[in-house]
Write a protein that binds this ligand. Structure first.
Ligand code: SF4
Ligand code: SF4
Length: 317
């Protein structure tokens, strides 16, 4: 890895579910559409990550908003690119429909301009909330997809990201069950596997990935991984101070089962709620031990055959 490792920090507390990231990803990478039918089950018609959906904004409709999670402090007002986050249970626009800066330097949807962890009248009159989260390939430190690829189509870039090269993929599909997050998928009628490249071509040209560029609330942050981790820790502290006890990081820990992700998240509830595995483990973790055992068994077998030949040879006159 010749460059500094870079990645994504996706702060779901400020996602408004606009799906600009999904659209920007599709547009930049010239991804085919996934069909235009409605599920009838949710406003989330993309439903999942896939060969043609490298970003997926999940809409989670929860029955009730746990106390203290109705209003969240926004990121610094001067860094916000667009209007205040909306109805996800993160924040909602003020009477004028715009966010105003709070006294502590944070933007707020309060008419008075103050951030609060107390449920608003509007929120307390409703029995549900939206959680919105833009999911993506985690660009794992220990990437099982890459471990099992027999052609070298999947490789680790100089930025520390994991990329699949469509002209080398032979469509064997080994990477699909290897991914502990169910991210990578083979395209029907084609067979080759596709997933987020973290806009490898844009990084090479010194540009940020298309999804991060398009996100109006800076829910998707791109940058050096160490800086993103520091920023994320501060954001969690800020939310906890505001009474948002459910705020937590996911995929940031280098000690976790995949060695930490190059893409990690701030969630407002348990990972399972977002359809993410709570304790992902690199599926090739036991491969070295298995190869060792197999090599031991093969050596024993060879030894046995050699001994048998030696015995037969000695008995001959
Ligand atoms: S194992 Fe899955 S999440 Fe990790 S880099 Fe590969 S495709 Fe992405
Ligand atoms: S991550 Fe940003 S661009 Fe994507 S849906 Fe959320 S607010 Fe919109």
């Amino acid at each position: 890895m010749s460059e500094e490792r870079v990645g994504f920090f996706t702060d779901t507390s400020v996602c408004i579910g606009c799906k600009a990231c999904e659209v920007a990803c599709k547009e930049w990478n010239a991804l085919p559409e996934d069909g235009l039918s409605l599920t009838g089950m949710s406003y989330d018609n993309t439903q999942a990550l896939g060969a043609s959906s490298w970003r997926h904004v999940a809409f989670i409709e929860q029955a009730a908003a746990p106390r203290g999670r109705t209003r969240l402090p926004l990121v610094e007002a001067d860094s916000a690119k667009g209007p205040a986050p909306g109805p996800s249970g993160a924040t909602s626009p003020g009477p004028s429909g715009t966010a105003s800066p709070g006294p502590s330097g944070t933007a707020s949807s309060e008419p008075s301009g103050t951030a609060s962890s107390e449920p608003s009248e509007a929120a307390s009159s409703t029995d549900m909330r939206w959680l919105m989260s833009s999911d993506v390939c985690k660009h794992c430190t220990h990437a099982a997809c890459l471990d099992v690829c027999p052609t070298g189509s999947l490789f680790r870039t100089e930025f520390g990201t994991v990329v699949v090269q469509e002209d080398i993929c032979n469509g064997c599909g080994y990477c699909v069950p290897a991914c502990p997050y169910g991210v990578i998928e083979q395209r029907p009628h084609d067979g080759r596997a596709f997933k987020c490249t973290l806009c490898y071509d844009r990084l090479g040209a010194g540009q940020e990935p298309a999804c991060a560029k398009a996100c109006p609330t800076e829910s998707i942050r791109f940058g050096p991984l160490d800086e993103l981790r520091e920023r994320a820790a501060l954001r969690v502290d800020e939310l906890h101070e505001a009474g948002v006890d459910g705020a937590r990081l996911y995929g940031h820990d280098p000690e976790d089962g995949v060695g930490g992700g190059g893409a990690f998240f701030l969630l407002l509830d348990r990972p399972e709620v977002y359809g993410l595995p709570p304790d992902p483990v690199v599926t090739t973790r036991d491969l070295p031990a298995m190869w060792k055992h197999a090599a031991g068994a093969a050596l024993s077998l060879l030894g046995g055959v050699a001994a048998a030949f030696a015995l037969v040879g000695r008995r001959r006159p």
